[in-house]
Design a protein around this ligand. Structure first.
Ligand code: PLP
Length: 465
């Protein structure tokens, strides 16, 4: 056959594929309507699993690479979900007040109108940075450290991070394994976007910081969510992890100490997860931004050097430096190179004087100890007060937060959180921000003084009467 005929034929086949994709989207809209009528959620894990089985068979019989087939399927399924979500009024209603930034916008509006609020919705410590860090910023600017720097960070800071972390976790991190980023958030973003391709999968244990799933979706990859349960002390479900791994899986995301639950993953469980990741050649992205606020024994992913990992950390929480916007990631040098490329593309480097301030921060060992004790004490005071209310929760092993569950099934946390804000002037975050299954939960941040925590708990109690 001549090449022109072949080209015409491939064009026809491609057009046919697109006509079928169009038909699939029409069907998706029909399914959305049916789901709305029946009150069903958009996501249907069983239907997806069945579809995956069918397509795996088809890949075999048509001699299509399974990895490619499953990625293509994920892209189709995710697009269908997007279509269905945009049609489902109920979802819009559900999202009305669930994202933290929406709560933030609402509180700002109330404050502009003169209402005094107690802010327990953000994980931003009230203590601010140590004096030595403020001095270091001033000195750095005076000395002219106000220019672009090397994209992965200035050598002195990368060295300091490598030695501090190596000492803390009894490991051997080299400066080339470090990238300095704009907060822990950008460390997470770079990790996810440099590793995942469209249609690939990353596993998240929920409840979880919402940025993980949003970053995964931003590269048209698929977040695979495993729901944790309060009744199981928020233990990661290892069986569910095994069941959800397939050819498209690239990454497992961990966050310990956890936002929002306060759970620390035990050394044993972490070891099991590392073994599973190794057997399946998966990356572990371990977000450990709260590791300096561990009140129980804590193991880092860095203590398991023989697996593929990306460790994410931040200066925001440990040193009260949220507004400095500085964090870092540690991984093997090749992975770091991939992240550096993306960082170079998106923002050149972290401001030079901020990096100098970070060097000073790493020396403030005493302040970090004080901050940790302060948060631990606040969480204890908060838990004592919550114990007297009709709520269940896991006593945090670390981190900044408590994640209580309302006893009343008839009151969903979204309504409760809205009432708490508008009637009692207390801001907390609804559980739905951390996963769909947490409609009866809300998150309280212990980043305010004890008096405020106690006053807020009193008002929570009034609303629960
Ligand atoms: N990871 C977790 C679990 C968080 O809760 C946060 C912030 O709340 C971050 C990362 C990122 O913080 P930052 O970008 O301020 O370092």
């Amino acid at each position: 056959m001549d090449i022109n005929n072949l080209r015409r034929e491939i064009e026809n086949v491609t057009a046919e594929i697109f006509s079928l994709v169009g038909k699939r989207f029409v069907l998706s809209r029909e399914i959305a309507k049916a789901k709305m009528k029946m009150g069903l959620p958009v996501e249907d894990v069983d239907a997806e699993r069945k579809l995956k089985e069918t397509i795996s068979e088809k890949c075999k019989s048509y001699n299509i690479d399974l990895n490619f087939g499953l990625r293509l399927l994920n892209m189709l399924v995710e697009e269908s979900k997007r279509i269905q979500e945009s049609l489902t009024e109920k979802t819009k209603e559900k999202m009305r007040f669930s994202a933290p930034y929406e709560v933030f916008a609402k509180t700002k509006e109330m404050e502009r109108k003169g209402k005094a609020l107690i802010h327990l919705e953000v994980g931003e410590p009230d203590f601010g940075p140590p004096e030595s860090v403020k001095e270091a910023v001033k000195n750095a600017i005076k000395r002219g450290y106000t220019r672009y720097t090397e994209t992965p960070g200035i050598p002195q800071l990368r060295e300091k991070i490598a030695s501090t972390i190596s000492e803390k976790f009894q490991t051997d991190v080299s400066p080339e394994q470090v990238i300095v980023t704009v907060g822990g958030r950008h460390a997470v973003f770079l990790a996810i976007t440099s590793i995942l391709s469209p249609g690939e999968e990353a596993i998240i244990f929920e409840p979880a910081w919402p940025a993980y799933k949003d970053c995964i979706k931003s590269v048209q990859a698929k977040p695979v969510r495993i729901s944790g349960k309060l009744e199981n002390d928020w233990e990661p479900n290892i069986n569910a992890l095994l069941q959800n791994i397939n050819k498209s899986t690239k990454m497992i995301i961990l966050n310990s100490p956890n936002n929002p639950t306060g759970k620390i993953i035990s050394g044993d469980v972490l070891e099991q997860i590392v073994e599973i990741a190794k057997e399946n050649n998966l990356f572990i992205l371990s977000d450990e931004v709260y590791h300096n606020f561990a009140f129980e024994p804590f193991k880092s992913i860095l203590e398991f050097s023989d697996c593929k990992y990306i460790y994410a950390d931040s200066f925001s929480k440990t040193f009260g430096m949220t507004g400095f916007r500085i964090g870092y990631a540690i991984s093997d040098t090749e992975t770091i190179k991939g992240m550096v490329k993306l960082q170079n593309l998106s923002l050149t480097s972290v401001p030079e004087f901020v990096q100098h301030a970070a060097i000073a921060a790493l020396d403030s060992v005493e302040e970090v100890r004080k901050y940790m004790k302060k948060i631990k004490r606040r969480l204890a005071v908060l838990c004592d007060a919550l114990d007297k209310l009709p709520l269940s929760y896991y006593k945090p092993d670390g981190g900044f937060y408590v994640f209580p569950k309302l006893h009343s099934e008839s009151l969903d946390a979204q309504t409760f959180v809205e009432k708490l804000l508008t009637e009692k002037g207390v801001c907390v975050t609804p559980g739905t921000a951390f996963g769909e299954g947490y409609r009866n939960f809300f998150r309280i941040s212990a980043c305010q003084p004890e008096e405020k925590l106690l006053e807020a708990t009193k008002r929570i109690g009034e609303l629960l009467k």
